[in-house]
Design a protein around this ligand. Structure first.
Ligand code: TRP
Ligand code: SF4
Length: 329
């Protein structure tokens, strides 16, 4: 009665926001029931872009872990690990680097996209090109059957499958081909209407207090045609309504849509209701978070214990991979 295995990872970018919750974490929490899960905080992946300023990484690992635990990832059921505490990921990355043709890496769409987006940094590095191959190692070292990710990561999982096929053909079938488990993710705009992202400075964090939440939602961009209270609006053109869709009850959705179209409600009423629903959703997280945040040593113990368990499995896989490639002595 073995459950299928999954691996997924997050870079330690710091406190998690509503986009991380609805686009990944919430889904991971559900998956814990039906899969054997390993979830990794992938700090080496952060180094591929932040190598010049690594000082925040350690602190950010803790922030992510606290949010994970507060949101409901359960270290009793899932293995919660830190990538750099399982150095076998790096060894497998090295072995896989021997067989991956350079063009496979160069044509991954995120490679050129990210280089253009993060223009201030020199990303013409070996490590950055290898980003998706390191991700492949993360996944296959646990012989994962599936990987829950958003659409943007699909090409990386495709690369993982291609590398697995090449390895299994060259040597012997060691790794299963990981399937993409596409996470259904509603649009989560930030306070400026663009996609919610830490780097846009438009994020609402899980750890934001009710006051901060109100302060951030109140001035949010709305349908630009609703300048005055008497102007009817179109919820389809309003980022506040996108958040309602993700967080509010069907009754509130209907109330907001009708009130917006008929100018029966004001945008501030609409935002206040949204704030209530977001707070309702964050309630259990807010209840659990302070205790975890106050005990960094306990949280690190959980990560170390998860990484120790992960490492046992990683070691077993590495014995097979080394043997297949003739370097097990
Ligand atoms: N690249 C992923 C992201 O930016 C993070 C990641 C690293 C990952 N290794 C992984 C995701 C393995 C899934 C599986 O979101
Ligand atoms: Fe947006 Fe609500 Fe204002 Fe309509 S009433 S524009 S949905 S904030």
């Amino acid at each position: 009665m073995n459950k299928p295995r999954i691996f997924s990872g997050m870079r330690p970018t710091g406190a998690l926001h509503l986009g991380n919750l609805m686009g990944a974490l919430d889904n991971w929490i559900q998956l814990q029931d039906s899969y054997e899960c390993v979830f990794g905080i992938v700090d080496w992946h952060s180094l591929t872009t932040d190598y010049a300023e690594p000082s925040a990484i350690r602190r950010n690992i803790l922030e992510v872990a606290v949010d994970w635990l507060a949101a409901g990832l359960d270290p009793e059921r899932s293995t919660l690990m830190v990538q750099s505490l399982v150095p076998e990921h790096a060894e497998l990355h090295l072995l896989l680097s021997m067989i991956v043709p350079l063009p496979w890496l160069e044509r991954v769409p995120t490679y050129k996209e990210q280089q253009q987006q993060l223009m201030g940094r020199d990303l013409s590095t070996y490590g950055f090109l290898g980003y998706p191959l390191l991700q492949t190692a993360d996944i296959v070292i646990y012989k994962s059957d599936a990987v829950p990710v958003g659409e943007d990561q699909a090409p990386h999982i495709e690369l993982a499958r291609e590398v697995v096929r090449r390895f299994n053909n060259l040597y012997r079938p060691v790794f299963p081909e990981p399937k993409t488990l596409l996470t259904p993710s509603p649009r989560i705009p930030g306070t400026d209407g663009r996609k919610m992202s830490k780097s846009f400075d438009n994020a609402i964090f899980l750890k934001d207090t009710p006051e901060e939440l109100r302060r951030k939602i109140k001035p949010m961009i709305t349908d630009p045609n609703r300048k005055r209270r008497v102007d009817p609006g179109d919820p389809e053109k309003c980022p506040v309504f996108d958040l309602h869709r993700a967080f509010s009850s069907p009754a509130t959705l209907e109330w907001a849509a009708a009130g917006c179209r008929g100018a029966g409600i004001g945008c501030l009423d609409c935002k206040a209701r949204l704030t209530d629903h977001v707070l309702e959703r964050l309630g259990p997280i807010h209840a659990r978070r302070p205790e975890l945040a106050a005990r960094p040593d306990t949280v690190w113990d959980i990560l170390r214990e998860g990484s120790r368990r992960a490492r046992e499995r990683a070691r077993a896989t590495m014995d097979e991979a080394r043997t297949a490639m003739g370097v097990q002595h």
